[in-house]
Design a protein around this ligand. Structure first.
Ligand code: FRU
Length: 446
């Protein structure tokens, strides 16, 4: 089948399949992105690590595959850190290494290391695995972070929980804790991340947990917990009564953050396991979400929430009031509204994507008529085509929409509501209609 206009702002592989972002790390002006990758087909297969590098998180240079399967198994998801002090001894003070930890997926799942000092060629550690598995069927996706007490921590997913390990040298690890309370969602836990953010002069820790594809979750989605981390284990201090998803849409999974950046930056796989095998594609399959800056905000109705701001610096012009036309494949749309309002993006084929705010102050999107939908019954079903999310704020509203050929990212309520949805129109949306009470500004690519 045909690739429906490859996104230009969102990261895609040159060819083959990608899923989870892995090893997100910053060093000396370069953002490194690795990804779960099968080079020989556009379906999931024996996993490698794709590698690309960027100066601005918008333009990417593709690099050779960083890691390929070996006698311990496939190279499943994991993370990387810039080991500036050379605590691992893999490099030197003059040439600090990037150290990656990934899951070796063979007869069992265990954690292994690889390192590089030129940040292109990676060497597997001869002492692998560094965290062997005892008996768990699911024991994967290690995320390394600086331990607030010194040294390093790893958080990794173990079935229905996350477990924590600590180390001084990235090679010798000791278990320090587990967290599993407050899970309201079905599915195996995957791809955790743990990081601090400041709110009101205080530090709060955010634990991200991706939940494998379950119908109850609307497929694969990522939830978060807020709490404290003492260097050993995480304790939730603001329990939610239902899963608190980082994204109200259905196409943002396995998101994790960069190591070694000033601001906390998240990137996810712009896809859902529910239909990832079936979406229209020819030479490649899979894209990332935009990189997003993370913050915590105090909301008027429900305590503290995670907020996201997309990074697309230098991509769009300074904007013009909308006259009913759109640039087609790539554009940004800012919508100001009060009360109920609907916006419909459409093309000459009569395909349309609608979004807005309804009578009950809920954000909605509907992609059921947005383009190709019949490749899979899930994609077009109400369950996956329509989103409906209570807003955190009352009254006037603003919505920021970034549309890029086959992926739409929408943010409102200070970024506490994010919706990421794939769509497959046969031609770019080049026209827009809106309720008369809405003000639209269009930003074209420069
Ligand atoms: C999440 C995941 C991970 C695993 C990887 C395999 O999407 O299932 O748990 O490491 O994908 O590709």
């Amino acid at each position: 089948m045909q690739n429906y206009h490859r996104p230009v702002l969102h990261f895609t592989p040159q060819k083959g399949w990608i899923n989870d972002p892995n090893g997100l790390v910053y060093e000396n002006g370069n953002y490194h992105l690795f990804a779960q990758h099968y080079p020989d087909d556009i379906q999931w297969g024996p996993m490698h690590w794709y590698h690309a590098v960027s100066k601005d998180l918008v333009h990417w240079q593709h690099l050779p595959i960083a890691l390929a399967p070996d006698e311990l198994g496939m190279i499943f998801s994991g993370s990387a850190v810039y080991d500036a002090e050379n605590t691992s001894g893999f490099g030197s003070k003059e040439h600090p290494p990037i150290v990656a930890m990934y899951t070796s997926h063979g007869e069992t799942e265990q954690q292994s290391l690889a390192w590089s000092v030129d940040f292109v060629h990676f060497h597997k550690y001869e002492g692998n695995p560094v965290i062997p598995n005892t008996a768990l069927p699911d024991f994967r996706d290690p995320k390394i972070l600086p331990n607030p007490q010194g040294g390093w921590t790893v958080v990794l997913a173990a079935g229905d929980r996350v477990v924590f390990y600590a180390s001084q040298n990235l090679k010798d690890w000791e278990k320090t804790g587990e967290f599993y309370e407050g899970n309201h969602s079905a599915g195996v836990w995957e791809c955790p991340d743990l990081f601090p953010l400041m709110i009101g002069g205080q530090e709060k820790w955010v634990l991200l947990v991706s939940m494998s594809a379950e119908h109850e979750n609307h497929g694969s989605r990522t939830q978060y917990f807020l709490g404290q981390f003492d260097g050993k284990t995480f304790v939730c201090d603001q329990p939610f009564s239902k899963p608190e998803w980082i994204d109200q849409g259905y196409d943002n999974y396995a998101g994790v953050t960069f190591h070694n950046t000033q601001q906390r930056i998240l990137m996810g796989w712009g896809m859902n396991w529910a239909y990832s095998s079936y979406i229209p594609a020819d030479t490649y399959k899979g894209n990332m979400t935009l990189a997003r800056k993370l913050a915590l905000v105090e909301t008027p109705m429900g305590g503290i929430r995670l907020a996201q701001t997309p990074i697309a610096d230098g991509v769009f012009d300074s904007g013009t009031p909308c006259d009913g036309t759109l640039p087609g494949g790539l554009f940004r749309l800012h919508i100001k509204g009060s009360g109920v309002g609907t916006v419909t993006l459409s093309n000459s084929r009569g395909q349309e994507l609608t979004l807005g705010v309804d009578e009950q102050n809920r954000l909605f999107t509907d992609r059921s008529r947005a383009g190709a939908v019949d490749f899979d019954e899930d994609f077009a079903s109400d369950w996956y085509a329509k989103t409906l999310s209570p807003r955190w704020y009352e009254g006037d509203w603003e919505m920021d929409v970034i549309f890029d050929h086959t992926i739409c990212e929408l943010f409102m309520d200070e970024g506490t509501l994010a919706v990421t949805q794939l769509v497959f129109p046969d031609g770019g949306y080049d026209r827009v209609t809106a309720s008369p009470n809405l003000q639209l500004t269009v930003y074209a690519p420069v």
